[in-house]
Design a protein around this ligand. Structure first.
Ligand SMILES: [Zn+2]
Length: 217
């Protein structure tokens, strides 16, 4: 799937970043958003409030990590580059420090199959990648690994990453995962909820895959 750098795509990246905050899954300047383009990706700039971000502030980064633009790319550009390199189907990435998912990640906890909707992750759980300093290759390696066979992961002591075949899809997934993280957190106040078994989760993942295929027709 080829996508070229355009003003429309830059505006869509900015809109997604603003929506992330408006929807309550991120606050302030933390988090970042990217969209794949031919030879690389467009990503939100470092240290600029989304409300003040103009299309010209969006940074184009090529697959070697070379940035082009008037601003520096988000300090997390490495995991964006490496996820696009590892996953040909991924067209957009949303990274947020959403409160409930991050709370679990601060306890080094992923989210088990306590609810059938965990299958939106693409499998029977949402993994939590081990901690590494933000912006490092080590963090990127952990993230790519935690995303294997999944479209979302948590980052220990940090936040979450959601990927999709479009910006809207990655954002909607991040919102869904934050909702699940809140429900799991609430359940934990009473006790550790039982997980659905692998057979049932495989069935749900299959149903979701069929559902998505039908939606695309
Ligand atoms: Zn972050």
């Amino acid at each position: 799937m080829a996508t070229t750098d355009s003003r429309a795509l830059r505006l869509a990246v900015i809109r997604t970043a603003r929506d992330m905050n408006a929807l309550g899954i991120n606050r302030g300047k933390s988090g970042n958003v990217s969209a794949r383009i031919d030879g690389g990706f467009l990503v939100t700039p470092s240290a600029l409030p989304y409300e003040q971000t103009a299309p010209e502030d969006i940074v184009a980064v090529d697959r070697d990590g070379e940035a082009r633009g008037r601003r520096a790319p988000s300090s997390e550009w490495r995991f964006h580059r490496d996820i696009y390199a590892a996953r040909a189907e991924v067209m957009a990435i949303v990274h947020a420090h959403s409160p409930f998912a991050t709370t679990l990640a601060c306890l080094d906890r992923g989210i088990p199959a306590f609810h059938y909707m965990i299958a939106v992750a693409g499998g029977s759980d949402i993994r939590c990648a081990p901690y590494a300093t933000f912006g490092t290759q080590e963090l990127s390696d952990h993230a790519v690994h935690a995303l294997e066979g999944r479209v979302v992961c948590l980052l220990a002591h940090h936040g979450l990453i959601a990927v999709g075949n479009a910006l809207e899809q990655a954002l909607a997934l991040a919102v869904e995962v934050e909702t699940l993280a809140e429900m799991y957190w609430r359940a934990l106040q009473i006790g550790e909820p039982k997980s659905l078994n692998e057979t049932e989760m495989a069935r749900i993942v299959q149903k979701f895959t069929t559902y998505r295929t039908l939606q695309r027709r």
